[in-house]
Design a binder for this molecule. Structure first.
Ligand SMILES: NC(=O)C1=CN([C@@H]2O[C@H](COP(=O)(O)OP(=O)(O)OC[C@H]3O[C@@H](n4cnc5c(N)ncnc54)[C@H](O)[C@@H]3O)[C@@H](O)[C@H]2O)C=CC1
Ligand SMILES: O=C(O)[C@@H]1CCC=N1
Length: 264
């Protein structure tokens, strides 16, 4: 049995991904204190809502998906109900394995994971690392579970804040660019529905090419950039406005925030 404790945006993305890839609703429990949200998830996915303590007693694998600021309270709530057979996977930004182990009084094995919301459609990217008592077998188990919603890589814990800034927050950067493209097209007179379909399909198509061609992004960009053409004119403006630096600074800010969250 798997329990998802905290079924907000990320908890739901993992839930939906797991159910879409063969996990039965009867094999998943959800602990979500917002009653309306728990009812809604039961209606849409057929999963039972239970208190976190019951989830910890009944499930041997727990996915903790509450906000980092709520994590210590959740750990304290479930700690007494854990045993050595439990595998606790936290997806919270900035919450280190040592914090997890400390508040669980070293009961169960912990895995720190950083997924992203495309898990909802089986296209997630997750990085994982284990705690001091986590065996390779337990890390394999966490990896297998998370692989059902996308790809998984193992990284040393010192890289987790950078991972969070790149792949955890990353989808938002692309939605932001999509939104800017839509608004630019609307400002130039394109009907909103047309602008949306153009931007959406362009970003999705470009992402599929990145994934399927295996080509470096520089090569893919060069293929679009005809000599003396429109793309070159656009890219010159992106460079002039420091978009490359802005992306670097944005990723750096996200990493810094992830580090701050680990300080409580
Ligand atoms: N949203 C994203 O793209 C990603 C989020 N994460 C991590 O996932 C976690 C959740 O983030 P979101 O889903 O965006 O936030 P959210 O606010 O949508 O979800 C948090 C959920 O936890 C519930 N909750 C609060 N206290 C609880 C408790 N004591 N027991 C059980 N549930 C409780 C809330 O009612 C809420 O539904 C965060 O730690 C975040 O760092 C990680 C990767 C990506
Ligand atoms: O914004 C956040 O803090 C979470 C972690 C990574 C993506 N969303």
């Amino acid at each position: 049995m798997i329990a998802i404790i905290g079924a907000g945006k990320m908890g739901e993305a993992l839930l939906a991904g797991l159910l879409a890839t063969g996990c039965e609703p009867g094999d998943v429990l959800v602990a979500e204190p917002v009653r309306q949200r728990a009812d809604d998830l039961r209606e849409r996915y057929g999963v039972d809502g239970v208190p976190a303590t019951e989830a910890a007693r009944r499930a041997e694998t727990l996915i903790l998906a509450t906000k980092p600021q709520d994590m210590v309270a959740v750990l304290n709530e479930i700690a007494d109900h854990l045993t050595a057979r439990h595998l606790v996977i936290s997806v919270a930004a900035g919450i280190t394995t040592s914090v997890l182990e400390k508040h669980l009084s070293d009961r169960g094995a912990v895995v720190r994971a950083m997924p992203n919301t495309p898990a909802l459609v089986g296209k997630g990217m997750t990085a994982v690392c284990g705690g001091t008592h986590t065996t390779d077998t337990q890390l394999d188990q966490a990896e297998r579970l998370l692989r059902s919603v996308g790809e998984v890589v193992r990284v040393p814990e010192r890289h987790m804040d950078t991972v969070t800034a790149v792949s955890g927050s990353g989808p938002a950067y692309f939605y932001f660019v999509t939104e800017a493209m839509i608004e630019a097209a609307v400002a130039m007179g394109l009907p909103r529905a047309t602008a949306e379909v153009l931007a959406r399909r362009t970003i999705a198509g470009a992402a599929t090419m990145l994934e399927e061609s295996g080509e470096h992004p520089v090569m893919l960009r060069e293929n679009v950039t005809s000599p003396g053409g429109t793309t070159a004119a656009a890219l010159r403006e992106l460079e002039r406005h420091g978009v490359r630096t802005a992306v670097t600074e944005a990723v750096d800010a996200a990493r810094a925030r992830s580090r701050e969250l680990s300080e409580g």
